[in-house]
Ligand binder design. Structure first.
Ligand SMILES: [Zn+2]
Length: 167
């Protein structure tokens, strides 16, 4: 029995973290493990204790953010309570920043678990925050070409990183 297998036996909630990350296969693990100096190019907005916040490279709408744990886990129940609580804290705080920085009029927050529920990356849990405006039509994903989306994402990154939360 290897050390990793032993560890998985006595701390099964950690085994995904220890055994799981496969940078070539999982984009979230790849960005989590990249040096913080690459956060701007990776569109990582915040690194908290258990989770990090990044912009979705394939946004449903402008300002579409993701909150995801560092732990490579397909399920919510495998995450420690502290990680779950922090995920909700980050959802609330970044929702406020979208309201302030982008004047979002409404926000969709959701977690798709499993392919049949619409999850694109099923093996690593992530929560979506999608800002909404009256009459929005997902213009970025339907009409813009890749270069325009990439440029818009990086401009928006600068806006969001500078937006303060309400005191
Ligand atoms: Zn992962």
């Amino acid at each position: 029995m290897t050390n990793d297998e032993l560890y998985a036996l006595w701390a099964p909630w950690r085994c995904g973290y220890i055994l799981g990350p496969k940078p070539a296969a999982c984009v979230f693990c790849e960005k989590a493990q990249a040096p913080a100096a690459h956060d701007r190019e990776n569109l990582v907005l915040e690194r908290a204790v258990h989770n990090f916040v990044l912009m979705n490279t394939y946004p449903y709408n402008a300002g579409h953010l993701l909150v995801t744990p560092y732990q490579h886990s397909a399920t919510l129940e495998a995450l420690a309570p502290a990680a779950l609580h922090e995920m909700m804290d980050l959802l609330v705080r970044w929702k406020q920043r979208l309201e302030r920085g982008m004047r979002a009029q409404g926000v969709n927050i959701g977690i798709n678990l499993g392919a049949v529920a619409g999850a694109g990356i099923t093996e690593h849990v992530h929560a979506h925050i999608v800002p909404r405006w009256q009459g929005d039509t997902n213009f970025m994903s339907t009409t813009a070409d890749t270069r325009v989306i990439s440029q818009a994402l990086h401009e928006l990154y600068e806006t969001l990183i500078m937006t303060q939360e309400p005191q």
